[in-house]
Each structure stands twice: as C-alpha cells, then as structure tokens.
Design a protein around this ligand. Structure first.
Ligand SMILES: Nc1nc2c(ncn2[C@@H]2O[C@H](COP(=O)(O)OP(=O)(O)O)[C@@H](O)[C@H]2O)c(=O)[nH]1
Ligand SMILES: [Mg+2]
Length: 226
C-alpha cells in the first residue's frame, strides 16, 4: 500500500473547516492544514481537531504555502499528497477515488475534474474559456485545469519545489511541469459544488497570469513532444 496524506490550504475558513476535517479524518490518517495568515479561528479549529498545522502568520499565497505543505509530505516519506480545498467545495469522501487510481495506475499527477455544466454561469464561462485556451496551447484536451482537488506523487513534488508561482496559477504551473516532464496526467470525476463560499481569487491578476502560463505551455510542452 502506498503512503498518502492530505494537504488543505486554508485562508479564513472557520465556517467550513470543522465539517471538512471531521469527515476527512474518516478516510485518511495524516492531514496537514496550511494556514496563510488567517485572521479568524482557522488555526485553532485545525489544532483542536488534532490535525497538523503549518502557519506562517502572514499571507504568501496559495502556491507558495502549498509548496511548504508538499515539502512537509516529502520530508516525512509519503509517496503522494492529495490537495483539497477547505471551503466545502471538495467532498472529503471522494479522496478514495484518488487513492484507488493511484494504487492502480501510479500517475504522478491525478486531477479531480468537475462537470462544468453544473457550475453557475459566472464560473462556467471563464472556466470553459480557460479550458479551451490551455488545451489549444498544448494540443491536448485537459478537462479541468483549475481544480484544486489533486494527488501529487513524490517525484513530481521534488520538481515542484523549484517552481515559482505564488498564487492560484501554481495549479496550472503544476500541469505544465508534469507534461513537460513527459508524465501522463490521470483524471477522476469529482462533484461540482457551489454554495455560499466566496472565492479569494483576484480575477484580473489571475487572467494575466493564466495567459502567460498558456504561452509558456505552448513553448515548453510542444518542445518536449517534438
Ligand atoms: N494557503 C492559502 N490558502 C488559500 C489562499 N487563498 C485561498 N486559499 C484556500 O484555497 C482554497 C481555494 O480557494 P478559493 O478562494 O475557494 O478559490 P476558488 O474556489 O478556486 O475560487 C480554499 O481552501 C481557500 O481557503 C491563500 O492566500 N493561502
Ligand atoms: Mg472555493
């Protein structure tokens, strides 16, 4: 059996974190919450529930802190880490889909793909456009490049520790790196959940970064394949 742990980035998630962690504990033994300067009770809640917490006390962005979490997993000898959001948009029970696929196919990266038809329009439009952009850039259909529910295997973690994106574009950077290394991405279906949660993403900053990533993907992935 492979050793896999869970990593949850959390920024002011006191509302959803208790339910997410309580459910997740039924499926996986080692859980790490990576706080990023939350000003609410995120850290106390995680500690009270007995999970591991990394907390800097100031905000550095989801990419940078996730890297810290992945390094933590590597240092402790895990074969892989599953990342999932702590705002209730990812069902903890679906972690078993990643674990089963990893045992079976040993992918270096497994991404949870959502059903875009079930997204509210304000998210469906940018996500569909972004999917088309990146898929066209690399000439391969990627069902969901924004999903934060994903399993990262230790060989890919080693490579990711040298990457740079500090914010949400870390998710896209990870995909490009994996494909540039010639490693096939595995996909599992996950639920598409939208409730009362608010996104922390800054739309303009995100779009600018995403376009840059697509250009980079076009150059690097095509070079790898030629
Ligand atoms: N460590 C860290 N986590 C963050 C930050 N911003 C958001 N998150 C967490 O990352 C996950 C996804 O963020 P969210 O704002 O919901 O993004 P969206 O659902 O993709 O629009 C959630 O669990 C957030 O708590 C941040 O600056 N640092
Ligand atoms: Mg969210």
């Amino acid at each position: 059996m492979k050793r896999v742990m869970a990593i949850l980035p959390a920024y002011n998630e006191e509302a959803h974190l208790p339910d997410v962690l309580t459910e997740l504990k039924q499926y996986i033994e080692t859980i790490l919450v990576i706080d990023d300067g939350s000003v609410d009770r995120t850290v106390e809640i995680a500690r009270d529930l007995g999970v591991n917490v990394l907390s800097r006390g100031y905000n550095l962005g989801v990419g940078q802190t996730t890297r810290d979490g992945l390094a933590w997993a590597l240092d402790r000898g895990f074969d892989a880490a599953v990342m999932l959001d702590s705002d209730g948009q990812h069902k903890p029970s679906e972690i078993t889909r990643f674990l089963e696929k990893f045992e079976r196919d040993h992918n270096r990266l497994i991404i949870g793909a959502r059903d875009y038809k079930q997204m509210p329009l304000r998210r469906r439009i940018p996500n569909t456009f972004g999917r088309w952009m990146l898929s066209s850039a690399i000439r391969e259909y990627l069902p969901d490049n924004q999903s934060g529910y994903r399993l990262v295997e230790k060989e890919l973690i080693v490579k990711l520790l040298d990457t740079k994106e500090s914010g949400f574009n870390f998710m896209v950077e990870m995909i490009i790196l994996c494909l540039t290394l010639g490693w096939e991405i595995g996909w599992v279906p996950i639920s598409t959940i939208y409730g009362d949660e608010k996104s922390h993403q800054n739309a303009l900053y995100q779009i600018k970064g995403f376009i840059k990533m697509c250009r980079q993907a076009q150059r690097e992935v095509r070079k790898q394949r030629s």
